[in-house]
Structures are given as structure tokens and as C-alpha cells.
Design a protein around this ligand. Structure first.
Ligand SMILES: [Zn+2]
Ligand SMILES: [Zn+2]
Length: 360
């Protein structure tokens, strides 16, 4: 079977090989024939080392496919089920899982370098990014890393739900709980930012201001429910004019300390800054104790939708079915697995909102 391998951290292209096998099929695991995977910014961050993932590995963590084999001890999945991958697989036993906060379970991250694939030439073992590795014809994952979806949900739209869309919509609905009429700013108009815009719209936000340095991305945000789109330099002035002197909610979908800081400054006193972007371990955000206390602005980090992932996915599927969110429109490019490096180039240039890689 085929898989796209990153041999060394820091390489900027993937090696699409045909001599790879998915390994690790044992009690509790499921074999999935991948159909579509979309490229998320975190894949690039793992490739360049900003996010930890021991190489060699197969990137891709936003993916959808079909169950083709179920091992002993697995309940709830059968051959033929359509599924999305969940890159933070809840163990079901820890305190977070017991308290219905499965998105905070770190059991899967402890297995970051666990074998997922074998390259026949040289017998090299590669892991799958965050326990998945969606840029492959087949993956073997723990049953906990799968979420069943309806058979009429197209694979391409389903792939988006595996990470970015669930993250963005969950941040608005679960973490911020945006109220009708609220003023919202979203910093960053990539896939997660656009999903957040859609989540804020579903919540009934009165004003949704998208902040992005790239004009074409600002324009695109208007198609998804943003009421205005501005350049970063204009954020301060726009925020100041709002009643209360700032936004009720500012979502940071970039993953940088500087934009979290800009978001904090653009939130009204008592407002909230929702931190969604996946940033680096050594990027330090600074706040004074005086301002934290006096302004009563809330810092609300939101990981993978801010609630048990399966539940957020079910919500997203319902919203899609009701026509209240646009997933198809988020797919700006499509390539086959053999051309996965094109998808990477498109994301690096900022041209693609989401490129879907198909495994046909
Ligand atoms: Zn757990
Ligand atoms: Zn992602």
C-alpha cells in the first residue's frame, strides 16, 4: 500500500512510497481503508518540529475512511462503517475520560512514537502523526481513535470534521458559548478560523470580524458568515469603537503569543480570549498580574473543540445535515495521494483553505 513518509524532522516534502504496510493490528484495534484526508496546519508544524512527533512518521490526522477489519475486543464498529479519525484518542479509563472530558485524555500522546507503519525497504518503522497517519491507503488504529459517521456524509467533508472544523465550531459552541448578538473577532482566516466563524454564526453572533493579513483570505471569510474582514493593523481601532471598548469574544486561530496578546487587547473588559491555535512550547505570552486582575478578561484555551470529541463531531454532522454550516465550500483544492506535496505547497503559500487528498 501507499503512504507519504517524512523521514526526518525539518524536511519539507514527503516521500510517497508504495512499499509500506500498516502495522500493529491486535486486540482492540481496527483497520481502516482511508478515502480522504485533508491537510491541516498542524501537519506542517509536526514536519518542521514545532509540534512534537518523532520521525520517521506519516503525517495526516484529518481523515475519513471505511472500517475493513475489526480485531477482538472491539465493540461498536463493524466492517463497512464509515469513520473519521480522532487524533486525541480517549482511553476511556482515566479521570478526564470518566468526567466526560475525553478531549483532555493524554493517553494517546504517550504513544506518540508508537509503530504505525513499516517501510519494506530497510524494514524501517514509522509512526503515524498523533497516532493516526492519514496520508496512507490504510491505517491501523485503536478503536478509541475512531468516530462513526453516517454513510451519506461524503468522505471529503468528513475528513475536515476530523480536526479543523470540529476544533473551530467547538471553540465557539462549547468553549466560548457565544450568545446571540455577541461581537466576535476571529484572528486567522485559515481552516480553523473559518470553522470558528461558522460556529459563531450558528450561535447567532451579531458581529463577526475576521482579522487576517492576506486580502484574498479576508475576502473568502465573508462567504462563510464574517460580517467584516480587516487587516491586523486595523484591529485596535475597530475594537476601540465597539460598545464596551472591545469584542465580547476574540478567537485566536493562529497559535502565536503575539496574536494572543493582540486578541487580549482587542477584547472588552470582562470579555474572553479563546486560544485555539496550536503554538510552540517556547513561545511565551505575557500578561501583567495587574491587567489580568483588573480587566477580568477570561483566557479560554480550547483544545479539539473543548468537549468530548465524539459529541462535538455529532453536533457538526447535525449542523451539516441541517445546512447550517458549509463544509464543501471550505475545500479549495483536491489532489491524489501521489501529489500530496502539491497540497503542502498550496497550504504554505496560503492559497488553499483546505486541500483534500484522496486515496482513490
Ligand atoms: Zn483517558
Ligand atoms: Zn489539525
Amino acid at each position: 500500500m501507499r503512504a507519504a513518509v517524512l523521514h526526518k524532522t525539518g524536511q519539507d516534502t514527503l516521500d510517497v512510497r508504495e512499499d509500506v504496510t500498516a502495522v500493529g493490528f491486535r486486540r482492540g484495534s481496527v483497520r481502516v481503508r482511508m478515502r480522504a484526508a485533508s491537510l491541516c496546519h498542524s501537519d506542517l508544524s509536526a514536519m518542521n518540529g514545532v509540534l512534537p512527533q518523532p520521525a520517521p512518521f506519516v503525517p495526516g490526522h484529518e481523515g475519513a475512511g471505511d472500517v475493513v477489519e475489526v480485531a477482538e475486543g472491539v465493540t461498536g464498529f463493524a466492517v463497512g462503517d464509515r469513520v473519521v479519525l480522532c487524533w486525541m484518542a480517549p482511553c476511556g479509563r482515566c479521570d478526564h475520560c470518566a468526567k466526560d472530558r475525553g478531549h483532555l485524555c493524554v493517553a494517546s500522546l504517550r504513544r506518540l512514537g508508537a509503530p504505525g507503519f513499516r517501510i519494506e525497504e530497510g524494514g524501517v518503522i514509522a509512526s503515524g502523526f498523533y497516532g493516526t497517519g492519514a496520508f496512507a491507503d490504510e491505517v491501523v488504529v485503536s478503536a478509541n481513535a475512531l468516530i462513526k459517521i453516517p454513510a451519506d456524509l461524503p468522505y471529503e467533508a468528513a475528513a475536515l470534521i476530523g480536526c479543523g472544523v470540529t476544533t473551530g465550531i467547538g471553540a465557539a459552541v462549547n468553549t466560548a458559548k457565544v450568545e446571540p448578538g455577541a461581537s466576535v473577532a476571529v484572528i486567522g482566516a485559515g481552516g480553523v478560523g473559518i470553522a470558528t466563524v461558522q460556529g459563531a454564526r450558528v450561535c447567532g453572533a451579531g458581529r463577526i470580524t475576521v482579522v487576517d493579513p492576506v486580502a484574498s483570505r479576508r475576502e473568502r471569510a465573508l462567504d462563510f458568515g464574517a460580517t467584516e474582514a480587516i487587516a491586523p493593523d486595523d484591529l485596535k481601532a475597530v475594537a476601540k469603537k465597539l460598545p464596551g471598548g472591545g469584542f465580547d469574544y476574540v478567537f485566536e486561530a493562529v497559535g502565536r503569543a503575539a496574536t494572543v496578546r493582540a486578541g487580549y487587547d482587542a477584547a472588552r473588559r470582562g470579555g474572553a480570549v479563546v486560544v485555539i491555535g496550536a503554538g510552540a512550547q517556547d513561545d511565551l505570552a505575557e500578561f501583567t498580574m495587574g491587567e489580568l486582575f483588573f480587566n477580568e478578561k477570561r483566557l479560554l484555551p480550547s483544545l479539539y473543540g473543548g468537549a468530548t470529541v465524539g459529541r462535538t463531531v455529532a453536533l457538526v454532522v447535525d449542523l451539516w445535515r441541517a445546512g447550517r454550516i458549509d463544509l464543501d465550500g471550505m475545500i479549495t483544492h483536491r489532489v491524489g495521494l501521489a501529489d500530496v506535496n502539491e497540497a503542502i505547497a498550496q497550504m504554505r503559500s496560503g492559497e488553499a483553505l483546505r486541500t483534500v487528498v484522496t486515496m482513490d
